[in-house]
Design a protein around this ligand. Sequence first.
Ligand code: NAP
Ligand code: HSE
Length: 444
Amino acid sequence: MRMSARQNVPAVGVGLLGLGVVGSAVAKAVLSQDESKQREIPLALVCAVVRDLHKKRSIDLDQSILSDDPQAVIGNTSVGIVVELMGGEYPAFDYIASSLEAGKHVVTANKEVMCKRGDELLRIAVDNNVELQYEASVGGGIPIIGPLTNDLAANRIQSIRAIINGTTNFMLTKMAHEAADFDAVLAEAQSLGYAEADPTADVDGFDPMYKLSVLTRLAYHTEMPIDGIHREGIRDIHVKDFRYASELGYTIKLLAAAQTHGESGLLARVHPALIPLEVPMAAVNGVLNAVEVEGDLVGSLWFQGPGAGAEPTASAVVGDILKITESSGNNSYRSAAFASFKISSMDDHVCQYYMRLTASDQPGVLANVARVLGDAGISISAVLQKDTDIEKTQADLVIMTHPAREANMQTAVSLIRKLETVIRMDNLIRVENYTGRLQKRTLL
Ligand code: NAP
Ligand code: HSE
């Protein structure tokens, strides 16, 4: 172990697995922590493992620190804390497990591995008497893993409702406020370092699904496998949906939610949702994330902050590193195995729906759609109709329903698609239920 020149206190060696967007910011922060000389236990950046040794990097590190061999970190006796910032399940799982088994503490920002293999890794950490910290894996710079693990442990959590993907929130905000083009705004999110290596993980809702699974394990002490989470991304959202939603008093967000359901059910879902303009979630814009937690003792809590980006994520990663150097070996593992919840089906979810379809602009169209909805026991709360071509042969028909069961709505949608006067069913978006909110004016 290297010694600190300033106090003769041995420095804790940090080894990075990954030196990309987050890894580079963490390397800078570790070096500046060392320079600031404010800590009793200094940190030393020992090694950074990358895939491509010749890549140009945003940080100027001594070449001798770089390696393309993971053993340069995992098998290095000068490394006390391994920081995994590569992403993905493999080989991250193997590298984290080997590091823990080698007696090293691990910090990771990897939600995918913590979702799919988190319980296993946390047990390996306990068995080897080392720590595995993962604050940066959900919500970027927002402290949410720590509060759910420790500070809120006395609560029965009733619901979690969150915006936990910075990339899509950035994209949706630009689409709402600037009518931005989907592909252009995705490229911008990538250039800002928000998006995953494969941005479909963001756009198709995988990233927030992994994060929701991690939060659910902590909040409900139960495993929430990804096939138990209903998942939809934002590909079908069009700029015109924001216009129509706004006329009805809403905006659109990619929401991740988990809530107790009936006696012992737990319903977890990730999908775009209409959010009433007057609730705080509607004003969470750009790369900001927000997590709303409802506990039986504490009531409603609200966490908000930058959910992606190099520095905010480095804040959480380096915070975890310092937590390890300053703790006396406390392990924050909580077993996920003691609560028994039944995973509820999305079919049983009840909410209002926004439906946009392209219809022939002729008499009887609305009556046909209304009849199908009525037959499924679904009543309409509002209707907007806008001509979409100069000849007035087609129209956008936007229908807002009263609360309906998902299974009934899906049956009705499959029948509406078959109506001769319906050219296309463009979008079906759920309306998030905020109790106590004023009922919207019925326009029909
Ligand atoms: P990134 O920019 O793509 O960086 C990944 C790094 O890992 C690169 O340095 C890459 O090497 C290295 N790497 C990948 N596979 C490797 C392998 N098999 N062996 C050795 N090195 C390998 O990713 P990032 O945005 O920094 O994200 C890193 C992690 O943080 C991910 O789990 C991500 O989900 C999470 N996270 C990211 C953000 C964010 O805003 N970006 C926020 C919160 C959490 P090369 O440089 O040589 O290619
Ligand atoms: N791609 C992720 C996001 C990074 O956009 O939220 C933070 O986990």
